[in-house]
Design a protein around this ligand. Structure first.
Ligand SMILES: [Zn+2]
Length: 274
């Protein structure tokens, strides 16, 4: 049983480097769960930044970056109203180097990498004929994943699992792990399905961000309904990474009601811009 002993030792060594934290404050929606991290926030953000820069350069080369000035201005205006609201959940986030770009693609997709690097695809905007409120719902949800550091959490779980199963019995040091972070961060953010827990947290925080920014929280419900309607004919890529769960609409309706006063207050204030 030598291999399992080695795996156990590796696991214990990694657990020692484990950090337990709560990434966000609860907000009105009441998200509260301790999270466990193995990789550092800085390492993940640095990797995300590199990946994002490379992806945007590639899109530029292909003529797929920010092609429609009016559409880009619309997206940036919405994101620009959402970002200041992140302070309610984590004050440090307002200082992140947030970025948002529109990618020309038929894919129905949007994402936000750790540290606030976002992309929204023209396929999502056009095929869903998304209203401003609905775009705020989808981007609020994506921003929430970044605030809760769901990608870092998922990467930490992956690293722990890989080490626990032994990887041939070799001790995988944190330093070695850094090497593979760059590939992992993109994979986890854009390709792998998120857990039901992560999805609910992103729904909850996202709807509050949108309401505080003066966007109708009910749009979160119409957005998911449009998304699922589309799923019959041309499955949105977005649904593969953000798997819906049976209670989603009921949960969203419940939270929409809770944050409605925030929306009403924001609508009434001149800062909401409309
Ligand atoms: Zn999600």
């Amino acid at each position: 049983m030598r291999t399992s002993l080695v795996a156990l030792a590796a696991c214990a060594a990694l657990l020692a480097g484990c950090e337990t934290a709560e990434t966000t404050k609860q907000g009105v929606v009441g998200v509260d769960r301790q999270q466990r991290f193995l990789v550092s926030e800085k390492d993940v953000e640095d990797s995300a930044k590199k990946q994002y820069t490379a992806m945007m350069a590639d899109a530029q080369k292909k003529g797929a970056l920010d092609k429609d000035a009016a559409q880009v201005a619309r997206v940036k205006a919405i994101v620009g109203r959402l970002i200041p609201q992140t302070a309610v959940f984590r004050p440090d986030a307002t200082k992140w180097a947030w970025e948002a770009h529109v990618l020309t693609s038929s894919e129905v997709n949007a994402w936000c990498m750790p540290g606030g690097k976002m992309a929204i695809y023209t396929g999502l905007i056009n095929k869903l004929q998304a209203t401003d409120d609905e775009l705020a719902a989808v981007m609020g949800h994506e921003i929430a994943h970044a605030l809760r550091e769901h990608s870092r959490e998922q990467m930490s779980q992956q690293a722990l699992t890989q080490t626990a199963i032994g990887l041939g019995g070799a001790l995988l040091g944190i330093g070695d792990m850094g090497q593979s972070l760059a590939g992992m961060v993109a994979n986890v953010t854009m390709e792998l399905p998120k857990s039901r827990t992560a999805e609910k947290e992103a729904d909850d925080i996202g709807i509050e961000l949108a309401a505080r920014a003066g966007y109708n929280p009910q749009a979160a419900i119409s957005l998911w309904q449009k998304m699922e309607k589309l799923a019959g004919s041309q499955p949105p890529k977005w649904l593969s990474t953000h798997p819906p769960h049976a209670d989603r609409v009921a949960d969203l309706q419940n939270q929409a009601q809770k944050v409605m006063p925030l929306y009403t207050a924001a609508k009434g204030s001149p800062a909401a811009g409309k």
